[in-house]
Design a protein around this ligand. Structure first.
Ligand code: 5GP
Length: 352
């Protein structure tokens, strides 16, 4: 595991509210428990549970959102999550989150994202480069600290309407200079219809935003087909494809974000030995290992690499290549890619 920690890594599929430390969730739950808003022991039982089905995971997210959705907490968890990834030697992070509106506390999707940006600017353990123009960093004078790139994806929740999805896309366009590079479609896969989100996703693509879709978490072949035909820039999971859609995915060469622990914990894949990672890896299909929800699934990106190594028999050379090749699938410009390749070149000298 130590070696996996020391390798520089690229994280492309991490949900903000799924990556919150348990200790932070407990602290927040205690405060709300004392106020009588929630019952602390109920929350404790839910948070401590290890194995949950996909269905239960979404109930847990509703609970997490009660704990985290106010401006100052959003700022706090953003800072902590970025610092946790930095401590793992993640050199490029695409963090995704669903902008939330909550009129009762004066929160708009924009003010939610402003709170996220404030959290990013508060990061103090590393220098963060978050702007595509390269002008915005939180570098302190003369610092020689580690540098990390952070970009944001705004998620559309499958419970949302076409209008709400469109509002998120417009917000992403507004916030491009602040490091928002794309749109994600996520949320409970048995809720909502592809046709509801398509207009907003089409508009986003036309406007030059990158698109990644949660695709094939349940065996809805019609939706999977429509999603592949849309040609997103990446997809997440790809667990329940039939043969025809699998062929389509491979010939379209759409990069796949693989979240091993998440798939096993939610029982989307019954056992690691039959995980589709192996097929994609052998076929040299573009793929990237990711955490999904490091808090909810008690994992880390290093653990995901370690798990891939022990489960699929990959050696250090293959693991390093797997980490490095992810640079090709990031939603950032060539300058960032060149810089990241140099980081990996430096690292390979030190690791050998
Ligand atoms: P947030 O967007 O609130 O920062 O992060 C939590 C949200 O991400 C959840 O409410 C859910 O919409 C989405 N999410 C997190 N993990 C998963 C997953 O494994 N599958 C899907 N489809 N959505 C997820």
């Amino acid at each position: 595991l130590e070696w996996c920690v020391s390798v520089p890594k690229v994280e492309l599929h991490a949900h903000l509210n799924g990556s919150v430390r348990n200790s932070t969730l407990f602290e927040l739950a205690r405060v709300l428990g004392d106020k009588g808003v929630i019952v602390f022991s109920d929350v404790e039982n839910v948070i401590m549970k290890d194995d949950r089905t996909l269905h239960e995971v979404f109930k847990l997210f509703d609970l997490i959102h009660i704990l985290t959705t106010d401006h100052s907490t959003v700022t706090r968890i953003t800072k902590e999550v970025i610092e946790d990834f930095a401590a793992e030697n993640v050199v490029y992070l695409e963090l995704r989150t669903t902008p939330k509106r909550n009129d009762s506390i004066g929160m708009s999707k924009r003010s939610y994202m402003d709170a996220v940006m404030e959290g990013l600017r508060a990061v103090s353990s590393v220098d963060v480069d978050y702007s595509p123009t390269g002008l915005k960093t939180n570098t302190f004078n003369g610092s020689t600290r580690k540098k990390m790139y952070v970009r944001f994806l705004l998620s559309i929740d499958r419970r949302e309407s076409t209008e709400a999805a469109m509002e998120t896309v417009k917000l992403a366009l507004e916030m491009r200079d602040l490091g928002v590079v794309g749109i994600d479609l996520s949320g409970n896969p048995i809720v909502g219809n592809w046709s509801t989100f398509l207009p907003a996703l089409k508009f986003a693509k036309e406007q030059g935003l990158y698109i990644t879709l949660h695709c094939g978490e349940v065996p809805n072949q019609e939706e999977i087909k429509a999603m592949i035909d849309f040609l997103p820039h990446r997809i997440g999971h790809a667990c329940c494809f039939d043969e025809e859609n699998w062929r389509k995915l491979k010939s379209a060469k759409i990069p796949v974000e693989i979240c091993l622990t998440s798939n096993i914990r939610t029982e989307t894949i019954s056992s690691i030995d039959i995980h589709h990672f192996v097929d994609l890896y052998k076929a040299k299909h573009p793929l990237v290992l990711c955490t999904d929800d490091s808090g909810v699934f008690s994992t880390s990106l290093s653990r995901e690499y370690n798990l891939a190594s022990s489960s699929f028999g990959l050696g250090k050379t293959e693991m390093f290549q797997l980490a490095e090749i992810a640079i090709n699938f990031i939603f950032a410009d060539d300058g960032v890619k060149t810089d990241l390749r140099a980081t990996f070149e430096e690292a390979v000298k030190k690791l050998n």
